[in-house]
Write a protein that binds this ligand. Structure first.
Ligand code: ZN
Length: 306
């Protein structure tokens, strides 16, 4: 059984003037619905405002929630923040938080949205409004749900916002493996950054991932992994600079899941980047991530508890 967190608000109409592909979340939902009983669905609550303000500046939170984000910030985000988009932005962090809670109880769960890793304290950026990973991690450790969260970000872009919003927190560590020359130009400092040269393929990628994440896990001893499973390291991605195949993405996800399972660490996944004209193909790649992680956790320790 795959525990999947989804909310109807994830699937929104594109605001006017938007260049971002909004159909992805609906396609992900439909592909997972086609799995029938293999998927158990969970609906999140919106993230309470106090927790949004815990990671973000209250002024910026107010701008989003009243759909009054200044144009320069909207430009940085990449689309206008309408009331509908703002509502969605409250539910997505709620979804990542719920997926984490489910993972802590059962081993693995997935949010069908999220991974908004570029959102900073006082502004969104790069198609991200609120940083669901940082918000969820901060809430989880401060509620005492789990002692040590490791955010593993394999999106082709650096998790700059997540690193900035959790920097110095003694219970949260960040790992980002990304194309060095890609957005953002100015990188933040994660607990461990693994910048990659353009064009790296499956073999080299998986070797580097294993060789860098395994020691960090051994040293940090996480009790929960939040996984930003962006699919933009894919060779044909419009905004990626790496050259992973579909099989390479699967190996990547399996590698992380196996490391988590070996260490007895539950894992909650979010989606992340994935760009191009074929929305259905991109959605299928996101679903493949969820299925790969779920298959790895199926029948293992905590994942077996239902
Ligand atoms: Zn990305």
């Amino acid at each position: 059984m795959i525990r999947v967190v989804h909310h109807p608000s994830y699937v929104t109409e594109a605001p006017a003037r938007s260049t971002y592909r909004w159909g992805k979340n609906g396609a992900i939902r439909d592909l997972l619905r086609a799995r029938g009983d293999a998927v158990t669905w969970f609906e999140p609550e919106p993230m309470p405002r106090a927790w949004l303000e815990h990671a973000h500046d209250p002024d910026y939170v107010a701008q989003v929630l009243t759909a009054a984000v200044p144009p320069e910030k909207e430009r940085r985000i990449g689309f206008p923040i309408t009331a509908t988009v703002a509502r969605r932005a409250e539910f997505v962090p709620g979804g990542t938080y719920l997926a984490a809670r489910l993972a802590l109880d059962h081993g693995f769960a997935a949010n069908t949205a999220g991974g908004s890793h570029h959102a900073l304290a006082d502004t969104g950026a790069g198609y991200c409004i609120f940083n669901d990973l940082a918000i969820a991690a901060l809430r989880l450790v401060e509620e005492g749900a789990t002692p040590r969260v490791l955010i593993v970000d394999v999106d082709v872009h650096q998790g700059d916002g997540t690193a900035a919003l959790t920097a110095g927190h003694p219970q949260i560590a960040t790992y980002s493996i990304h194309a060095e020359k890609n957005f953002p130009v100015r990188k933040a400092r994660s607990t461990l950054d693994v910048p990659l040269a353009d064009g790296i393929g499956d073999e080299e990628y998986c070797t580097i991932l294993q060789g860098t994440l395994a020691p960090l896990m051994a040293e940090w001893q996480p009790t929960l992994i939040l996984y930003q499973g962006g699919v933009d390291p894919f060779a044909e991605d419009r905004l990626g600079r790496l050259a992973l195949s579909a099989g390479g993405l699967e190996r990547r996800d399996r590698l992380v899941a196996d490391m988590a399972i070996a260490a007895g660490v539950p894992l909650a996944s979010t989606v992340g980047g994935g760009y191009g004209d074929d929305v259905l193909a991109i959605a299928a790649r996101h679903v493949r991530v969820i299925e790969t992680l779920a298959a790895a956790f199926a029948g293992t320790g905590p994942g077996d508890r239902s």
